[in-house]
Design a binder for this molecule. Sequence first.
Ligand code: CA
Ligand code: CA
Length: 262
Amino acid sequence: MKIRLLIPVFLAFLFIDSSSADVTGIPNMELSTATSTAATQVSIWSLPDGGGDDLQHARVFGGGWTDATITLTLVDSGSYPVFLYPLEDLWLEAAEGNFTTCTGGSIADTHTDVNGQTTFSLPMHAGGSGSGLIVRVAGDTLTQAPLPFLLNSPDMNADLTVNLSDVIIFVEAYFGSYDVAADFLWDGYLNLSDVILLATGLSTSCPSRLFSGSGSYAAAPPRWTDIHKAMLSPALNAFSPTPAHSAKNQTLSSRAAMPRLA
Ligand SMILES: [Ca+2]
Ligand SMILES: [Ca+2]
């Protein structure tokens, strides 16, 4: 009788062993994927201080915008989601060109969730130009093809500061043959629109401290889209879910409990 009872227990252990054997929690570069919301190639105009385009407002050829948010799904060798992978170890790079970012200037929006997913939607802190975006995971690269992005910046020499050196390079491009690296307003022409975007970026450089390492941005760029997204993101704002629902029932005590800006 006892033996008959022990058999199912033994089989259960076997099942647990075999089902958990592939759960490593280590991201697999061949099985993990990154996709863009954009249906076609887009262009991102970046500044070192993060004041350029965010990925929710990527440029389409000829003018206009489209959402090109990148969704990363991180799974291990057993195709199980990798939960809470740190955002600072997930970043974007260009497949080609001299496009470069400030330290922490192209990291994911949040840690991965229970589905192993996170997004890249914020403006990158970057300079230089390039094509194709690839996702790096603690230094490793997803094996899939680069995502169809064009990247450029008034920081044309990619030293992460926009100054006279970059203006000289822009002028050479402006009077030379067409160069997409200087086509900031992506329309196939170099004209006044691109000059204005060059001027907008003058004197910008990397923030002195970009990411605090504790789930918040220490020097977020002063753009409304970023502030809005930070307010809505539970990862960056612990009070984010409450405002829309608490307004009617707000009391003096709940107001007192709200965080004060430094
Ligand atoms: Ca420069
Ligand atoms: Ca143009």
